[in-house]
Design a protein around this ligand. Sequence first.
Ligand SMILES: Nc1ncnc2c1ncn2[C@@H]1O[C@H](COP(=O)(O)OP(=O)(O)O)[C@@H](O)[C@H]1O
Ligand SMILES: [Mg+2]
Length: 248
Amino acid sequence: MTVLQLQELSKTFNGIYALSNINFTINEGEIVGLVGPNGAGKTTLFNLISGRLRPSSGKILFQGKDITGLKPHAVCKLGISRTFQSSRPFPRMSTLHNVLAGQVFGKGFSLHTRPEDEQMAHELLDVVGIAHKAETLAADLTLSEQRRLDLARALATRPKLLLLDEVAAGFSPVLVKQAIKLINRVRERGVNLLIIDHFLNLSQKVADRLLALDHGEKIAEGPPDIVMKNREVLRAYLGMRYQDEEDD
Ligand SMILES: Nc1ncnc2c1ncn2[C@@H]1O[C@H](COP(=O)(O)OP(=O)(O)O)[C@@H](O)[C@H]1O
Ligand SMILES: [Mg+2]
């Protein structure tokens, strides 16, 4: 069963291709790392999948259903949730209420949260390790706690596919280790993940496969250890020239 299928997906801004003809599939149970240097098109791909932007051409299928051009709330309701490159909590709301706000988008609007909703929100805060901050204003959380809240709020919509944008950017090795544990815990809940990971510090350890982009084009896909040795990928990251190629 395929969870997500991208077919010949392209996006132009003022005639310039930010993404060009991307074909890719995420299978049931998979964690995929989306890698590539700055400007490669990673966030644009998230914006297309989550409905924030319309593709210029091509199709997006989610669990076999064509979702191309659907609005973000409709995409979310079908089971795709995301986090953003920078944390965006509702700052004047408690941590717990931020998570409850996520539930509303997942299941349809309801003004009154039920006791079981609140229990689920507490559980999710526990999953991400900030249960003790439930009553704290989101604005008073540390940056790493806000990232955990982003994750809990996204999970509250009960996604089948979760898109994480640069979750581990700027994380120390200790925080990366915690993030890996957390992601595996999310996977155990039956959630598939697509993780943007510019610095490759997370996805090489948790991803089943990588999708590598450069200048809007797919340059490689496959298991992390193979993709990370790929010439095009090394060239994209390190600007390698391979002047000795002709001698090979
Ligand atoms: N809303 C936009 N309008 C114009 N150009 C954009 C917009 N969003 C992204 N781009 C351009 O698309 C390219 C890919 O950007 P982006 O998807 O943010 O890359 P990444 O997340 O891999 O760093 C860049 O050249 C960027 O300037
Ligand atoms: Mg980006």
